[in-house]
Write a protein that binds this ligand. Structure first.
Ligand code: PMP
Length: 394
């Protein structure tokens, strides 16, 4: 596995990651020889089912839950849709107009789903985010009414890498739920957090948790949703009874096998990955500050930031221009924001939410490190980044 293919340097691990060769190896037989449908009762089917079960067991270990609480999906976009739409659909049978609480810094798969809920006459309330990129939970209790059905707050942000107080919110909700007939459910999108943070659902006090394969050296097109036993939720697509009736459709066995293998490797690598990337990220930032004291970082730079995220900004220098120069002149891949919104002409909603003006929110450059990022790659990045900024300043 090498992100330095033909001297190219990849520093956009928040957008996606390459597959670990061990993941590819684990997947291979399930394309050609072990191709059975896990719902078939014969030997081919049972062989595929055993592989899916093994992956489910690994996911359950990672999330500290039981196997029956893991639902495989086509990715975290679907997991987030299932969590929000599925819970609201169920709660509509109990509450006339179920309400949702979320934040304005969520991934579009949550934000746009909530927007769709608003279009369907549901009420969505937004927790505000401080200038440090962390949601403010001081006024959280005031947002909760008898109609609140679901709270959805991401574990870590995909642009500025800020880690949200999930455990604190989870504990708060647990206390609130003691006095309610219908509990307020708690969902977290843990896609960006999974690479370096524990996703123990008991510790986090969550009812639903979304993960994606391709952010953790697994394949694209597969994800999971942890659904706590007894959670009121309805499937959102009709079809067969797969995935405990919550997600109709034949499961993508090779992808699930790859996802399971990636999580298995993650359990082994996570602590070491975190330490390495944090060290490299901090070192990189120190070098840049020495050479360019006017550099700015968006989001918290202390404990509440993902170990692999650096979000840089220089006044009056457009982030898209920096990205373009790094890509075309040095073959270094960074990003201006989330890959899901990178094509959008508007400024980053995350950056405007944390208080940057329109112009400033177009100045950001997201640098995200990965398991195989080396110090020599970061050295090259530092000199090319400084060079790009100086070129653009001239
Ligand atoms: N949530 C977050 C925080 C993400 O970063 C992403 C991927 N950009 C998603 C959800 C969507 O995941 P997927 O690509 O698996 O649909």
């Amino acid at each position: 596995m090498n992100s330095k293919i033909k001297n190219r340097i990849y520093l956009d691990y928040a957008a996606t990651t390459p597959l670990d060769p061990l993941v590819v190896k684990a997947m291979e037989p399930y394309f050609v020889t072990k191709f059975g449908n896990p719902n078939s009762p014969h030997g081919f089917g049972q062989e595929a089912l055993a592989a899916v079960d093994l992956a489910r067991e690994v996911l359950a270990r990672f999330c500290n839950c039981s196997m029956g609480e893991i639902i495989f999906t086509s990715g975290a976009t679907e997991s987030n849709n299932l969590a929000i739409r599925g819970v609201i659909r169920k709660y509509q049978q109990i509450i006339e107009k179920p309400e949702i609480i979320t934040t304005r810094i969520e991934h579009p798969s949550v934000l746009n789903t909530c927007r769709d809920m608003e279009n369907q006459n549901m009420k969505v309330k937004y927790l505000s985010t401080g200038s440090d990129g962390i949601v403010k939970i001081a006024n959280f209790k005031k947002l909760i009414t008898d109609s609140t059905a679901l709270v959805s707050v991401m574990y870590a942000n995909n642009e500025i890498g800020t880690i949200q107080p999930i455990r604190e919110i989870g504990k708060l909700l647990e206390n609130i739920n003691k006095n309610r007939k219908t509990p307020v459910l708690f969902h977290t999108d843990a896609v960006q957090a999974a690479g370096t943070l524990k996703c123990d659902v008991d510790y986090l006090h969550v009812d639903l948790l979304s993960l994606s394969g391709h952010k953790i050296y697994g394949p694209k097109g597969v994800g999971s949703l942890y659904v706590k036993n007894g959670t009121p939720i309805h499937g959102i697509q009709t079809g067969g009874d797969q995935e405990y009736t919550l997600r109709a459709g034949t499961v993508p066995v090779p992808n699930i096998v790859g996802f399971g293998k990636a999580v298995d490797l993650l359990i082994y690598h996570q602590e070491q990955d975190k330490k390495r990337m944090e060290f490299l990220r901090n070192w990189t930032f120190e070098q840049i500050v020495k050479l360019m004291p006017d550099i700015k970082v968006s989001g918290d730079l202390n404990n509440s930031r993902l170990a692999n995220n650096l979000h840089l900004r220089v006044d009056k220098i457009n982030g898209g221009d920096v990205m373009f120069l790094l890509d075309t002149q040095a073959s270094i891949a960074v990003s201006t924001g989330s890959a899901c919104t990178a094509g959008a002409p508007e400024p980053s909603k995350v950056l405007t939410e944390i208080g940057l003006n329109q112009k400033q929110s177009q100045e950001g450059v997201r640098v995200t490190l990965g398991r195989m990022t080396t110090k020599s790659e970061m050295k090259k990045f530092i000199s090319c980044y400084i060079h790009a900024i100086n070129t653009l300043k001239e």
